[in-house]
Design a protein around this ligand. Structure first.
Ligand code: ACM
Ligand code: ZN
Length: 732
C-alpha cells in the first residue's frame, strides 16, 4: 500500500518535472532532440571559451550571475568541469549564424559557425532555463536547470530586421539598447534606425550643427518635443548591438522625409522658404533641391560622418514617398534633369541614388532603401530594395538584379493595431489590423527570386505618438506613454516575425507557434518588457435552447481568466473561469486574461450584430435614411480603406436590415483616393427580399497607405426609409 502511494507521488512529481521542463523555443530550431537528464547551474558552473569568443562568454556570464547570484568564472581554452563550453567550428556547423547546442548532465556545449552562431546558441540555451534567468534580480530559491537536448539550428534568411522610428518620436539611447536586446533574444540581426524624418533629425553631424540645434526639436515651451543622439551615443549603441549580433543600419532619408533639415538649412530646399519642424504627423512635399550644389555637398558630408559612426555594410537612404511637384517647378532641378538627359522629373531621384550609391561603393557599403529607390530610373549599382506597399515590388526589384527585403505594411507594420477590439489603442488605421496570425502567415520565399531575397523586416513607426496626445485609457500603457506603448505594439508580434525570418518556411505551423508563445510572456515579464496581453482564446461556442455556451482556453500559460455575464467590463476581481459558461446573449459574456492585476487583456470581442452576414465579408459601412436622397438615384459615398487590402477581386454586398422601403442600387464605383479603379454597373436591390445586390470590382494597383472610397448610386424605393450595411469580401 505504502509503495503504491510512493509510486503515485513519484509519478506526480515526474509529470510536474516534465511539464516544468517543457521545451517551448521561439524561433523553432531546425531539430531538437530531447534526451534524459538536465544541467543544473551551481556555484561550480563555469564558462570556458575558445579564443575570440570573450564577448559572448562575458555576455553569458553577466546574465547568469545577475539571475543566479553565483560567481560564474570564465576562462579561455582551459577545460573545466561542469562547464558551459563555447566554440566556433565552421566545418562542423556550415551555415553562417548556425549553431549546435548540446545540454547534458555534466556540460553544455555550444558550437557556432561563427560568433553570431555562438550568440544564438546562447539565446536558445537561455530559453531552456526558467524564465527568471532573464531577470536582473537574483532568484535564490529557483533551480536554474535546463533539460538535456541536442539542437541543430541555422537561420532560413540572413536578414531578420526591425525598423525603429526614432525620428517622429525620439527614444533615448537606453530604450534603443533595450529594443536591440529584445531583438537579439529572438535572433533578429538588423536594426534599421530611422534617424531622419520630416519631424526630426536625430543624429549629431559636426559639420552641420543646426541639424540638431534646430531640426531635432518641434514646438515651443513645455510642449517642446525632440532630442538627438550624440556621436558618442551612437558609438555606445553600435558597440552594444555588436555583442548581440545586431547590425545597426542608419537611415538617412532623402529626397523626401527630411523637412527638418530644410528647416535648419532652408537653402537645401527648392523654395528657400523657412518652414517649421512639424509637431503633428505630416509628410512634407519639400524635397532636397537637386539643382543646388550645396545639397549634394550636404549629402556627401552627412554620409561621410554617418559611415564613420556605423560600421554596417549597409546604409539606408530612405527614398520613399517623394512627391515631385517642387522639383517640377524648380528651374535648378529642371536644369539638372535636362543636363542628365532624363525624361521624367522622378528620374532625378534615381540620379541622386546613383550619386550616393557610387560614393558608398567607394567605401565598401551597399545602399538600402524603400522600394521606390529601384523604381526611379536605371541604377548604376545593386541595391537592397525594401518592399512595403505591395509585395510585387520584391519581384520587381529582383527581376532588375537588386536584392529585396520584405517589410509589407499588410503584415509587418507593428504600429497597426492587432485587432478591432474596442479599447485597442489608437494606432495607424489606414490598413486592417495585423493580428499575430496575419504577421505569422507571411511566406518570405514566395515573392522575389530565391538568391536575391535577403529576408524580412518589421517596422515600428512612431507617427502616432505625435498625432494627437490622447491614448486609450489602458493604465499599463499610459503610465509611461511612449516606451510602454512601443513595446505594447511590438510584442508579441516581434516573436512571430522572429519565426518567419528564422525557421524553415515549409515547416512553420501557427498552432505550434501559439502553443509555444503562451510560455514566452513570462520571459518578457522577466525582461521587464511590456506586451499586448492576448484575450483568452474562444475554443468553442455552442448555441442551444439554454443560451450560448463559451469554452475558453488560456492564451498566456498559467494566467488567470476572469469573466462577467452581464456585459460589463471584467476586472481582476471578477469571477474566475474554470469551466464552460452559458449566457443568454453572446454580448452578455466578457472575459479577460489576467497576467497581474495591473497587466490584463482587453475583453474578448464578438461582433454579434451582423453575425448572420459574415459570409459576405467585413462590415464596411452602414446606411441610414439620411444617407439616401430619396426616390431619385444619387451618390452615397463611404470609405473602404482597410477593407480593400491588396490586389484582387472584391465583392461588395448591400444588405437591408430595417426600415419600410427597399434600397435600389444601379452602379458601384471604387476609387483609390480620387482615381477610379473599378466599377460594376447593374441593377440590384435589397429589402424584404434581395436580388443582384452584390457588386464585383477588381483591384490591380493597390498601394498601402492610400485611402479607398466607394461611391454607390442608390435610391430608396418610394422613400428613403431604409437601413442596412455593406460588406466587402475578397474573393481572389
Ligand atoms: C513607409 O511606410 N513610408 C516606408
Ligand atoms: Zn530644386
Amino acid at each position: 500500500m505504502k509503495k503504491v502511494i510512493i509510486m503515485a507521488i513519484l509519478s506526480i512529481i515526474g509529470v510536474l518535472n516534465l511539464s516544468a521542463k517543457e521545451i517551448n523555443l521561439i524561433p523553432q530550431p531546425i531539430s531538437v532532440e530531447r534526451m534524459s537528464g538536465e544541467f543544473v547551474i551551481t556555484e561550480k558552473t563555469s564558462i570556458q571559451y575558445q579564443s575570440g569568443l570573450e564577448k559572448e562568454a562575458t555576455y553569458l556570464q553577466e546574465l547568469l550571475e545577475a539571475s543566479t547570484g553565483f560567481d560564474i568564472e570564465t576562462s579561455e581554452g582551459k577545460k573545466t568541469k561542469r562547464a558551459i563550453v563555447l566554440s566556433v567550428d565552421s566545418v562542423r556547423v556550415a551555415t553562417t549564424e548556425g549553431y549546435e547546442l548540446i545540454v547534458s548532465d555534466n556540460s553544455i556545449v555550444i558550437c557556432g559557425a561563427d560568433n553570431a552562431g555562438v550568440f544564438y546558441g546562447i539565446q536558445t540555451l537561455l530559453q531552456l532555463f526558467p524564465p527568471e534567468v532573464y531577470n536582473n534580480v537574483t532568484s535564490k530559491d529557483i533551480e536554474f536547470s535546463a533539460p538535456a537536448v541536442a539542437i541543430t539550428d541555422a537561420p532560413t534568411f540572413k536578414w531578420r530586421g526591425m525598423m525603429l522610428d526614432v525620428a517622429r518620436y525620439f527614444y533615448d539611447k537606453e530604450f534603443v539598447k533595450k529594443y536591440i536586446d529584445m531583438m537579439s533574444m529572438y535572433k533578429l540581426n538588423k536594426l534599421q534606425l530611422h534617424l531622419i524624418d520630416d519631424s526630426g533629425w536625430r543624429l549629431e553631424i559636426k559639420k552641420y550643427p543646426r541639424l540638431t540645434e534646430i531640426g531635432a526639436w518641434g514646438g515651443e515651451g513645455p510642449t517642446r518635443l525632440g532630442g538627438y543622439y550624440t556621436q558618442e551615443d551612437i558609438k555606445e549603441i553600435v558597440a552594444y548591438a555588436a555583442v548581440r549580433n545586431v547590425d545597426v543600419i542608419p537611415e538617412i532619408a532623402f529626397p523626401a522625409h527630411m523637412l527638418c533639415a530644410i528647416v535648419a538649412y532652408p537653402e537645401l530646399g527648392c523654395t528657400g522658404i523657412q518652414h517649421e519642424v512639424p509637431i503633428q504627423h505630416f509628410i512634407s512635399r519639400d524635397l532636397l533641391c537637386i539643382g543646388n550644389e550645396k545639397s549634394i555637398q550636404f549629402l556627401e558630408d552627412v554620409l561621410e560622418e554617418t559611415i564613420a559612426l556605423f560600421p554596417s555594410k549597409y546604409i539606408n537612404i530612405g527614398g520613399d514617398e517623394a512627391v515631385y511637384t517642387n522639383w517640377e517647378k524648380c528651374p535648378k532641378c529642371q536644369a539638372v534633369r535636362k543636363e542628365q538627359g532624363l525624361k521624367k522629373t522622378s528620374e532625378l531621384q534615381g540620379y541622386l541614388t546613383n550619386l550616393v550609391s557610387n560614393m558608398m561603393k567607394k567605401h565598401g557599403r551597399t545602399v538600402v532603401g524603400w522600394q521606390e529607390i529601384a523604381q526611379r530610373g536605371k541604377l548604376d549599382n545593386q541595391v537592397v530594395s525594401i518592399a512595403w506597399t505591395n509585395l510585387k515590388y520584391a519581384k520587381d526589384a529582383t527581376d532588375k538584379g537588386h536584392f529585396t527585403v520584405l517589410c509589407p505594411a499588410s503584415h509587418m507594420y507593428f504600429d497597426f493595431p492587432e485587432g478591432r477590439t474596442p479599447g485597442e489603442p489608437k494606432a495607424a488605421t489606414w490598413m486592417p489590423p495585423i493580428s499575430v496570425e496575419k504577421c505569422y502567415s507571411l511566406k518570405v520565399g514566395d515573392y522575389g527570386s530565391k538568391e536575391l531575397t535577403l529576408g524580412v523586416q518589421g517596422a515600428f513607426w512612431s507617427d502616432i505618438f505625435i498625432h494627437g496626445t490622447t491614448l486609450q485609457e489602458i493604465y499599463s500603457i499610459n503610465e509611461n506613454r511612449s516606451e510602454n506603448y512601443a513595446e505594447y505594439l511590438t510584442f508579441p508580434r516581434l516573436l512571430a516575425l522572429s519565426e518567419v525570418g528564422w525557421s524553415v518556411e515549409g515547416e512553420r505551423d501557427y498552432d505550434s507557434f501559439t502553443d509555444r508563445l503562451k510560455h514566452h510572456y513570462v520571459k518578457l515579464d522577466n525582461k521587464d518588457c511590456n506586451y499586448r496581453v492576448p484575450e483568452p482564446y474562444i475554443s468553442e461556442v455552442e448555441v442551444s435552447e439554454e443560451g450560448v455556451e463559451f469554452t475558453l482556453e488560456e492564451s498566456v500559460a498559467d494566467a488567470k481568466i476572469v469573466y462577467t455575464t452581464d456585459g460589463t467590463y471584467p476586472n481582476p476581481h471578477s469571477t474566475e473561469y474554470t469551466e464552460p459558461v452559458t449566457v443568454e446573449n453572446t454580448s452578455d459574456f466578457k472575459a479577460i486574461t489576467i497576467v497581474t492585476n495591473r497587466h490584463v487583456s482587453l475583453p474578448i470581442h464578438i461582433e454579434e450584430k451582423y453575425a448572420d452576414f459574415k459570409k459576405y465579408g467585413e462590415l464596411s459601412a452602414e446606411w441610414k435614411p439620411k444617407d439616401i436622397k430619396g426616390a431619385e438615384f444619387a451618390t452615397w459615398k463611404f470609405e473602404a480603406t482597410g477593407k480593400i487590402a491588396g490586389n484582387g477581386t472584391y465583392e461588395i454586398t448591400f444588405v437591408y436590415t430595417g426600415g419600410e422601403r427597399r434600397l435600389d442600387i444601379e452602379d458601384v464605383k471604387l476609387f483609390k483616393r480620387d482615381e477610379l479603379v473599378g466599377e460594376d454597373v447593374h441593377t440590384g436591390y435589397t429589402g424584404g427580399s434581395s436580388k443582384n445586390n452584390t457588386y464585383t470590382v477588381k483591384v490591380d494597383s493597390f498601394e498601402a497607405g492610400t485611402p479607398f472610397f466607394i461611391e454607390a448610386n442608390v435610391r430608396g424605393d418610394l422613400s428613403n426609409d431604409s437601413y442596412g450595411a455593406v460588406f466587402i469580401r475578397k474573393v481572389k
